[in-house]
Design a protein around this ligand. Structure first.
Ligand code: PLP
Length: 390
């Protein structure tokens, strides 16, 4: 059966070009980039090129790029470094729709280290309460950390405006750009963020490689203490093969950005509009404008998201009920709950997240499968009668 893969916010296919770039370094070119000999030096050169390619994607300087093992490590490193830099400041600001890589760390810091965390709420469209955010900034705030784009709904936060306010108040600002990278333009210099996380496996590089951008001048303390690698900011021999792959993926992402904002967006809009038209009692979760071009979170009244996914899976369609980390639980996601999406439609919400590998034929296959699937599930649902939710 042909697989229709529309779960790109969970992970992406490693691009063939990325694999080709990596292969020599997985095989014969296995040297350590820190070695004195020429054999290791060849790898060091390629790592340097990869660092430049990553920097070019987000308009950073190569020295500001720290390779990590994943987005989660980047997020954790940023936050621990901030609290180490400002040990007397015991207040942190974030939102209530962050990924667990941020959310759960903050809960832990509240519980075990006495931090006061402001979880800024979002409205029904998933947009941040900016007044509350700005009013909660204080002399005691060690760090503000907000996601650039939400993994479930794709809703974008106004990172440039927030970074500006944080800079004015002298508060360190970190953004989790794991979902935004390669989907919207990112310019760290223009935006003025102090730290930014991204992850390889969301942008057609392999799993197990991430990046933390650290603005020049910030006294960064390593999360992994060890050797002198990454300019002393992350100990441990570099994951050279994946770093090289990530470099290639970043170069390709820069070239593909216009496609993301034209072809991919058009496919997403086509899927969205067809589903809204053909399935009564369906609605999009999240703001329609301030949103990633590839993401569609859509709720169907009176059915179970998990059941929809299982039936789609039988037709080779890969989608998600939200964050891969929370799927498997029967509760609606914390993001949809924070947006106060009514329980009966939050429960029937699924996420499609596209890439430039998707086609119109695939969208038609999803539509042709989903319309009768929802009908079938509603025929069995105690919450659906006479064409509407009860
Ligand atoms: C917004 C966001 N932040 C962080 C992460 C964690 O990234 P990684 O899987 O590389 O640890 C994810 C992964 O889904 C994400 O969507």
């Amino acid at each position: 059966m042909k697989i229709v893969y529309t779960d790109n916010n969970a992970t992406t296919k490693v691009a063939d070009e990325v694999i080709n770039e990596m292969l020599p370094y997985l095989g014969q070119l296995y040297g350590n980039p820190s070695s004195m000999h020429t054999f290791g030096g060849q790898v060091d050169k390629k790592v340097t090129q990869a660092r430049q390619r990553v920097a070019d994607l987000i308009n950073a300087d190569p020295e500001e790029i720290v390779f990590t093992s994943c987005g989660t490590e980047s997020d954790n490193s940023a936050i621990y470094s901030a609290i180490n830099a400002f040990p007397d400041k015991k207040h942190i600001i974030t939102s209530n729709v962050e990924h667990p890589a941020i959310n759960n760390l903050y809960k832990e810091l509240e519980k075990t280290k006495g931090y006061e965390v402001t979880f800024v709420p979002v409205d029904k469209k998933g947009l941040l309460d900016l007044d509350l955010l700005y009013n909660s900034m204080s002399q005691n705030t060690a760090i503000i950390s907000l996601m650039w784009a939400n993994n479930e709904t794709g809703v974008l936060f106004p990172i440039e405006d927030i970074a500006k306010k944080a800079n004015e108040k002298g508060i360190l600002f970190h953004t989790d750009a794991v979902q935004a990278t390669a989907k919207v333009p990112i310019d760290v210099k223009k935006t003025g963020v102090d730290m930014l996380s991204l992850s390889g496996h969301k942008i057609h590089a392999p799993k197990g490689i991430g990046v933390l951008y650290v603005k020049k001048g910030f006294k960064f303390s390593p999360f992994l203490i060890g050797g002198h690698q990454e300019g002393g900011r992350r100990g441990g021999t570099e994951n050279t093969v994946s770093i090289i792959g990530l470099g290639k993926a970043c170069e390709m992402a820069k070239e593909n950005l216009p496609i993301m904002n034209s072809t991919v967006k058009e496919l997403r809009d086509y899927l969205q509009n067809q589903l809204l038209e053909k399935i009564p009692g369906s609605s999009v979760n999240g703001d329609l404008e301030q949103r990633l071009p590839n993401t569609l979170s859509i709720g169907f009244d009176a059915v179970e998201g998990e059941s929809i996914l299982l039936l789609l899976d039988r037709q080779g369609i890969c989608a998600s009920s939200g964050s891969a980390c929370t799927s498997g639980s029967l509760d609606p996601s914390h993001v949809l709950m924070a947006m106060e999406v009514p329980f009966k439609s939050a429960h029937g919400s699924i996420r499609f997240s596209l890439s430039h590998y998707n086609t119109k034929e695939e969208m038609d296959h999803i539509i042709a499968t989903l319309v009768p699937t929802i009908q079938k599930l509603r025929d069995m649902s105690p919450f659906w009668k006479d064409g509407k939710m009860i």
